[in-house]
Design a protein around this ligand. Structure first.
Ligand SMILES: Cc1cc2nc3c(=O)[nH]c(=O)nc-3n(C[C@H](O)[C@H](O)[C@H](O)COP(=O)(O)OP(=O)(O)OC[C@H]3O[C@@H](n4cnc5c(N)ncnc54)[C@H](O)[C@@H]3O)c2cc1C
Length: 448
């Protein structure tokens, strides 16, 4: 490892080159010229989703020729959850949400290792894969996303066959779309929302709107969508979703809060619960879409992240990290980013991309014996379709607050850290068009 490396120089060169390349006709055919920064390190990244792919990619141009980044991915393809609600109304196909790691391998020199991590040996600093492969590391970055609890009387097999959560895009998304397509006039669609924190705070409300809109187009006002929320209120974009529920989809969406004791029969699709008042609720659904409580993938009893000692949130579900470098607060040299981390930022793909960049920067500084950036900034943007052709959006800028050592939403004028996320003033088709551009830019920044 070397001291006093000028990161700004290699970053500047790369940014200038990257801007030039983005204007070239066939950027995919070229390989980036990497700088010699003097940094040396073996960095293993676990998980080829939004967070893991971004961090593996950016370590290379920022770290230079001898900063090795090895990406461990279970699959050759990644299916984006973002935009997957639009599969449910037939606007998109799951196939259109698939991405590969080919480009970050060919253009950036990331090493790809196909496999599933079974253990991290933090004493000898090795990542162990299911096929017996051992990968030594100087730093390991863990980005495995989430896993889903068996909840409400349902098993993992029930989610796959009868009551899909579709909160990880793939076969369950297709199953849910087929079930919705088979609904008849008078049928009821029931979806459930777990207590926060969960993946994608606006996502469930967005899904309720997309499904309500689609059923209205097909079945008229006979359509009914019952949303059973374990939380006391809408968790993101409250103004726009309240407008959507009470005006745009009035009479179709029936939104209930503080729902407890949910029980779902996967075969009869009978759903029961308790209201805050103590009253019992019951509905006979045609389609049930339970979003179960989730946790960091690899957590829980016997999980590989639990065994590594990094699952240390008070509820035992997430890995608490230092937001200056995303290092575990429990285990040195293990960094956790994306949905698996507890860092005060929302669990979202755009945010995972931001965390990845802060983490990559901090690790490269550490390889050069330098402290992390003392004032990191992250932004979050999220578009939500409300109908098949209109959308709203939500955005926030997060800044580091040294007093609490946490990331806080900056106010509009940037002067204080007590701001709120900003919602779109209108739900309209212009937002829907911008959403496509935002999605293409985010996925391009991650996978291309
Ligand atoms: C319906 C829906 C809509 C959404 N819409 C938006 C949106 O509009 N905007 C937004 O910003 N976010 C959105 N999100 C949230 C976003 O998808 C997640 O926050 C994001 O994918 C998190 O990234 P991640 O890298 O942490 O996890 P993931 O993207 O899930 O990637 C984790 C990867 O790790 C792999 N992995 C797991 N365990 C192992 C192991 N042991 N070994 C090797 N690999 C492993 C997994 O296979 C997976 O490929 C949405 C989510 C859903 C469900």
């Amino acid at each position: 490892m070397q001291m006093n490396v000028d990161f700004s120089l290699s970053r500047r060169r790369w940014l200038v080159w990257g801007l030039a390349a983005s204007g070239a006709a066939s950027a995919s055919a070229v390989t980036l010229p990497l700088a010699t920064t003097g940094l040396t390190g073996r960095i293993v990244v676990v998980g080829g989703g939004m967070a893991g792919t971004t961090v593996a990619k950016y370590l290379r141009p920022w770290g230079g020729t001898r900063a090795q980044a090895t990406l461990v991915a279970t699959d050759t393809r990644y299916t984006s959850n973002i935009m997957s609600n639009l599969v449910l109304n037939g606007s998109r196909e799951v196939a259109s949400l698939r991405y590969t790691h080919d480009r970050i391998v060919s253009a950036y020199g990331v090493k790809r290792q196909r496999g599933t991590v079974k253990r991290i040996d933090t004493a000898t600093r090795r990542v162990l894969l299911a096929d017996g492969t051992r990968l030594p590391y100087d730093r390991v970055i863990v980005a495995p996303g989430v896993q889903f609890d068996e909840a409400y009387g349902l098993t993992q097999a029930d989610y796959d066959t009868h009551t899909p959560h579709a909160w990880r895009a793939g076969a369950q998304t297709t199953l849910l779309r087929q079930q919705i397509a088979a609904m008849q006039a008078g049928d009821v669609f029931v979806m459930t929302i777990p207590k926060a924190p969960y993946r994608c705070p606006p996502g469930p409300y967005e899904r309720a709107c997309v499904v309500a809109d689609h059923l209205k187009q097909r079945l008229g006002t006979a359509a009914r969508v019952v949303v059973l929320d374990a939380n006391p209120a809408i968790q993101a974009e409250p103004e726009n979703f309240t407008r959507a529920f009470t005006q745009i989809h009035a009479g179709v969406i029936d939104y209930r809060t503080d729902v407890a004791d949910l029980q779902i029969d996967p075969l009869t699709r009978q759903v029961t619960w308790t209201e805050l008042s103590g009253e019992a609720g019951q509905v006979q659904a045609a389609v049930v879409n339970p979003i179960p409580p989730h946790r960091a993938a690899g957590s829980g009893p016997g999980g590989w992240l639990t065994q590594a000692g990094v699952i240390n949130s008070s509820d035992g579900r997430w890995a608490v990290v230092n937001v200056l470098n995303y290092e575990s607060t429990a285990v040195p040299r293990v960094h956790v980013i994306g949905d698996a981390a507890q860092c005060g930022l929302p669990k979202a793909g755009h945010v995972a991309n931001q965390e990845a960049k802060i983490c990559a920067d901090a690790i490269l500084r550490a390889l050069g014996q330098r402290a992390p950036d003392p004032a990191p900034v992250a932004n979050s943007a999220c578009y939500s379709p409300i109908t098949a052709s209109t959308a709203s959006w939500l955005t926030a800028v997060y800044q580091y607050d040294p007093a609490t050592r946490s990331m806080k939403v900056a106010a509009d004028n940037g002067s204080t850290l007590t701001g709120r996320a900003i919602e779109a003033a209108h739900i309209n088709s212009a937002n829907f068009r911008q959403m496509q551009g935002w999605f293409a830019a985010l996925m391009g920044d991650t996978f291309a």
